[in-house]
Design a protein around this ligand. Structure first.
Ligand SMILES: Nc1ncnc2c1ncn2[C@@H]1O[C@H](COP(=O)(O)OP(=O)(O)OP(=O)(O)O)[C@@H](O)[C@H]1O
Ligand SMILES: [Mg+2]
Length: 421
């Protein structure tokens, strides 16, 4: 991991110029701690995290960095203490006891045996409120069809991850993240959730809205925090949804903020080998807009193309949507599957909704439940063209200038089969 030393020096001197008790110094100190942590300099990270906590003892971000730093120095007892306070601050019960009179949080000591404190919650600064959830109950079995995608995920991620010996042997190759890409609505986000379910991992999902903040330095700090929190709860999956918007080309965005976010992401990805147990996934429908630096080896160099669902997947998806709806028993599912080539999962959901609406309208006219018929589906099909077409044409234009590669060749074959481009 290499970070320009001058960055550390600049931040160090900025921090040194602030009063130790100044709460506005906290974001800076936390940021510095996170950078040192990513650089593998645990003692320095701990020093700055502790300084941040001195200024703001209830700052959950400072606590999470402090825990990660303490753990990195090998002081698990201290790390556990910080984690306990962090957990207490975030628990719903304590969140209800927002009382300004509550005693300040005790700083955990080496003895680690103190009572859980009654913390005072500070208002949570949004964004940064990403969705972190327990291991997903969705697994790959819930993803209809997509056998090719599943096989590739099995080969490139799940197999090695679930087999420690393989992981050791292939450790180097497993560094970095995996990027799912393809047309909108094809289930990329859904698959990412399913993967975390497969791994039994906690899922930290961030969208551009979670990352981009309005004050200076907030966005890259949000990235650092996201990774810090994931490292605290391994195994964990960090999922960056809409990577093109989070890590868009610095040349194109040309804003300091976008540049800083990409740089911070590079720092985190390059530091990945040190945080075994954190897997990084991303999804995008505009891979050509993702900054090139993020695509280099060791970063998002493994990619999986997620195309519109094949016939078995469409059938499974349609049947799933039929559940709980008054669908006529003589519905010709085979014809529907045939008529929905290139439909994304989201398109299929819309199609069934549109057909159901027609039946509902009729039912209201006659005052009786009139089930959804083949004719309703035919009419809905006429009104609901697949949304993937525009994307596929754009992709064809891009491919005209792109090189070869497993994903590209797969997409080329798909475009050829569907006579696009
Ligand atoms: N193979 C599938 N099996 C089950 N559900 C699916 C499948 N593909 C898509 N879906 C469903 O379709 C909807 C859209 O999927 P999702 O949001 O994951 O698409 P996406 O590829 O992330 O789209 P975007 O690029 O617009 O973010 C979801 O509600 C998901 O449950
Ligand atoms: Mg998505």
């Amino acid at each position: 991991m290499t970070v320009d030393r001058s960055v550390f020096q600049a931040l160090e001197s900025a921090a040194a110029n602030m009063a130790p008790t100044d709460p506005t110094s906290v974001p800076l100190r936390v940021h510095l701690a996170g950078l040192y942590l990513s650089a593998g300099e645990a003692e320095q990270a701990l020093k700055h995290a502790t300084a941040a906590l001195a200024a703001a003892p209830h700052d959950t971000t400072a606590l999470s960095v402090a825990a990660a730093a303490a753990s990195a120095t090998g002081n698990e007892q201290l790390a556990d203490g910080y984690r306990a306070v962090h957990t207490a601050l975030l628990s719903p019960e304590t969140a209800q006891q927002r009382t300004p009179e509550a005693p300040p949080v005790q700083r955990p000591t080496e003895s680690g045996g103190h009572q859980p404190p009654v913390p005072v919650l500070e208002p949570v600064a949004e964004p940064g409120g990403w969705d972190s959830s327990e291991p997903n109950l969705v697994t790959l079995a819930d993803v209809a069809g997509m056998n090719d995608v599943k096989q590739r995920l099995q080969r490139s991620l799940l197999g090695p991850m679930q087999n420690p010996q393989l992981r050791e042997a292939f450790g180097k190759q497993l560094r970095g993240g995996l990027m799912l890409w393809g047309p909108p609505g094809t289930g990329k986000t859904f698959i990412a959730r399913a993967l975390s379910g497969e791994l039994g991992a906690k899922f930290f999902s961030a969208t551009p809205a979670d990352i981009y903040g309005s004050y200076f330095g907030q966005s890259e700090q949000n990235i650092a925090r996201l990774f810090i929190e994931a490292r605290l709860e391994t195994p964990g999956v960090v999922f960056l949804d809409e990577l093109d918007a989070i890590g868009g080309r610095r040349s194109r965005r040309n804003t300091d903020q976008a540049r800083a976010v990409v740089n911070q992401l590079l720092v985190e990805l390059d530091g990945m080998s040190s945080n075994d147990g954190v897997y990084v996934l991303a999804a995008t429908n505009a891979p050509w807009d993702v900054d090139e630096a993020l695509r280099r080896p060791g970063r998002f160099d493994r990619t999986v193309l997620v195309l519109p669902p094949d016939a078995p997947a469409r059938e499974a998806l349609l049947r799933l949507q039929f559940n709980g709806r008054p669908i006529a028993p003589d519905i010709d599912v085979t014809a529907l599957v045939r008529g929905t080539e290139m439909f994304s999962g989201a398109d299929l959901v819309r199609l069934v909704e549109a057909a159901t609406e027609r039946a509902l309208e009729r039912s209201m006219q006659v005052g009786l439940v009139s089930p959804v018929t083949n004719a309703d589906f035919q009419a809905a099909l006429r009104d609901t063209p697949p949304s993937t077409r525009a994307w596929l044409s754009t992709a064809a234009t891009y491919l005209a200038h792109a090189g070869t590669g497993e994903d590209f060749d797969e997409l080329r074959a798909y475009l050829r089969t569907h006579k696009i481009g």
